[in-house]
Structures are given as C-alpha cells and as structure tokens.
Ligand binder design. Sequence first.
Ligand code: PLP
Length: 495
Amino acid sequence: MNLMYNSTRDKNVKVTASQAILKGLSDDGGLFVPESIPALEVSLDALADMSYQQVAYEVMKLFLTDFTEEELKNCINKAYDDKFDTKEIAPLREAAGAQFLELFHGSTIAFKDMALSILPHLLTTSAKKNAVSNEIVILTATSGDTGKAALAGFADVDGTSIIVFYPKDGVSPIQEKQMLTQRGANTKVVGIKGNFDDAQTGVKEMFNNKELAERMNKAGYQFSSANSINIGRLVPQIVYYVYAYAKLLKNKKLAKDEKMNVVVPTGNFGNILAAYYAKNMGLPIGKLICASNENKVLFDFFQTGTYDRNREFMLTSSPSMDILISSNLERLIYKIAGNDAKKCADFMKALSTAGKYEITSDMKEQLEDFVGGYATEEATAKAIKRVYDEEGYIIDTHTAVAAQVYFDYVAKSNDTTTTVIASTASPYKFTRSVMNAIDSKYEKMTDFELVDELEKLSKVKVPQAIEDIRSAPVLHDIVCDKTAMQDTVENILGL
Ligand SMILES: *Cc1c(COP(=O)(O)O)cnc(C)c1O
C-alpha cells in the first residue's frame, strides 16, 4: 500500500509521493503532508552499522513508497557521492559540551545540500514515473543558501530549468557571488528589491496562479519547487537525525533508547520539522529546541501560542534565518490541529490577512517537546568567540545562534541530555561576521583575505566552493522589483 499525501488545506487532496514532489505545492496553496508518519522498521542497533546511504534508504523508502528500490537507491547513490568532502557525509564533532552535526560538507557548504543534492534526482524520477513531458521549471525563493544549492543541483539536468529569486540586499557577499557565478544554460538568478518574505510570497503567488499555469502548459512548461515546502526536500532531511543518533549509539555517547535533544537554527522551519518527523518515527528525541535570531517570531509563538508576523524585519548576521513567515510551520499546525485541513486553512488565511493567528490550548499542549529560544546579534558573536576560545573550533553565525540558545537552555534547565546541534553552514560562507566575532583586528581586510585568515585559525582547508568563486566570472545580472517577479519569469520563459 502506498503512503499517500494530503494537503494541509484541503482534506480531499490525495496524491502519491512522486506526484507531491512534482507539484511542490498543492493547488489550494497548502503543503503536502504524509497521511501518517511511518515508524522506523529497522532497529537503531542495525542502523548504527550502516553508511549514510544505507540509512537514507531505510528512512526514505518509508515515505516515498511509490519509488522502486532501484529508483530510490539510484537517486541516493547519485546524490551522496564525492560531491561531499567526507565519506561520512554528515560528521559529528564534539565541542562545548554538545555534538555538532556538520551538515555543510556538500558542494555549496550549507545544509541545503543535504536535500538539494538528491531533489533533482527525485524530481526527474517522479517526472518519468508520471509520464510528464513538460519541462519542469524550478521556481525558488532563497534567503541565500537554498538558491546556490538548488542551482548546483539542477544545473544542466535534462528536462529542468531553474529560476532563483533572492533579496538583493539581504544575503552575504559570498552567498551572492556563489549564485551569480553559477554556470549552466538552464539557470537564472534574479535579485529582487525586497526581502526574503517578499520573494517567498511572490513565488507562492505564481504557484497558485491557474491562468499562468495554463499558459505555461501550452508552452510546454510546468512549475515545481526546490524550497522546503517541497516534501522532496523534507524527507531527505529526516535522514541525518536518524544517522546522528545511530552514530552516537555506535560511539557509546548514547545508551540504548537513551534520548537525545536537538537544537536547530531555524528560519523556514524545515530542518526542525524533519527532526520532529524523526521523533514521530520513533527516534528517541527528547526536546526539539528551536533557535531563532532577532527575527524571533517562532520564539514568541512557542512562548505564547500566537504567531504574529507584524513586526520589523531585521537583517542579521545569520541571513538564512531572516524570515518572518516560516512556511513549514504549517505542517506542524496541521498535525497538532489533528490533521484538520479546514482549521489549518483558517489559520493560514488569518496569517495572510491579519498577519497573525492564535492556536487553541489543545494544540498548544501538543507542543511541549518544543523549546523556543533566540540569540541577539551580540550573543551570537560571543558564542562564536567562546567556542573558538574554548575548543579552537570555528562555527558559522547560524550554528552560533543555536549554540547560544543551547548554552542558555542548559543554564536555565540543568538538562544534561546529550544534545545534537545542527551545524548548518561552513564558517567560510559567513567569513566576515565570523572573523569579526573572533577579533576586531580583521575589520579592515577584504573578503578573500579573511578566507585565508580563517584557514590559519581553524586549520580547516578552504573548501572547494570558496576556491571556485575567487576568480569565477559573474554570469547573472537580472534585478527586478518585488512586484515584477512574474513579468520576469514570463520574459525568461518567453511566454
Ligand atoms: C536555511 C538555513 C537555515 C534555516 O533552516 P530552515 O529549514 O529554513 O529552518 C539555517 N541555517 C542555514 C545556514 C541555512 O542555510
């Protein structure tokens, strides 16, 4: 029997995994969610002896039930290969009393590679399975890291093209250069005059535009999404929580069935939702600690039960978390509303009209495993310096938000549970903020001088992704107003 997927906003929608991956977003604007969350079938002991690829298969086959074993293994083997600079794919590093799960060893040195190196394969396999002949146009909004990882994943993939929108003034210089130097005849990168939420809203509007979809179809195109609203992004992210637990078990850092906590630096709520799904599959996870930067809409939500985006949007040193509308929270809301699509749709309507909604006390009770925390800019910089001073280990700004929230949580709760911190980017991606946090003497250096200094301090070799952009030519220069995103897409596609 196939596991089917429903929409969070319409209980009558029911599609297979491959159809959900192809569509990205349901026609009603809802997100696809599995009818139920499957339980792990193999024991944690057995998982402890498996490679990353093997764990990936054991987890993903439970969600993507309409893929054959051969199809899925093929996708996994093409994704998790030597594009990653370590065989472990997601190694653990113990420091500052926690286990840092390094999710940045893929080709664009951010955790988005964990899912975006496999999504193109899942998508092209899904297209074949469903006899789709249109070219699939991947439309993506990025706060900096998804864009590059999606571009790298889809560049020159037959039957696809990709258009990425990013906030022109809202990403780090290295993030921007990584995107603007992207090769591949099927890639387009567009800066918008607006923030990430504007980009994400613009993309969602195009997905929901039926008239546009019809014209696209006539011209031989259809949209899909590489954002974490696509279930094909979320499922691969569950894998590394299972893998991390299994490795900690193997290394005797955890005893059998002992719980682990996770701390996740959060923006769109995709990464932490994957941990929540892992917990629901039976992985012994205790607390799910959701770390925000100064855009602390999620912290307030866990505190009060009210989600309220009516506030000033802050640009911080952890730009990939500068988000006020965390799309994947919708999947959690749906679940704690008892899989009630009507109720979920009402909350989302309130969010788009009034900018806020308040969940019921029944729903709030189901959030007791979540802990919200946030770190100010100053505290984030201090966390980088503290971990460097104590351990000689250099973490990026996003990971530092999580580390600071972890330090605060432990101080307050005295909870000594073994804790995994999702380490979501290489410090090389946010060199300036990282180096300034360590010493103010770096302020006057250029970006690439800082890269060399970081190498000296961290004793971690400069990643290939950074070497690649030192001399690479800029190949993209489209900038548009946030209201002109659809016109830009129509121009690019010649509609
Ligand atoms: C995307 C991203 C995040 C936020 O992850 P979500 O799944 O959107 O919550 C955190 N850190 C980095 C470096 C990222 O690229």
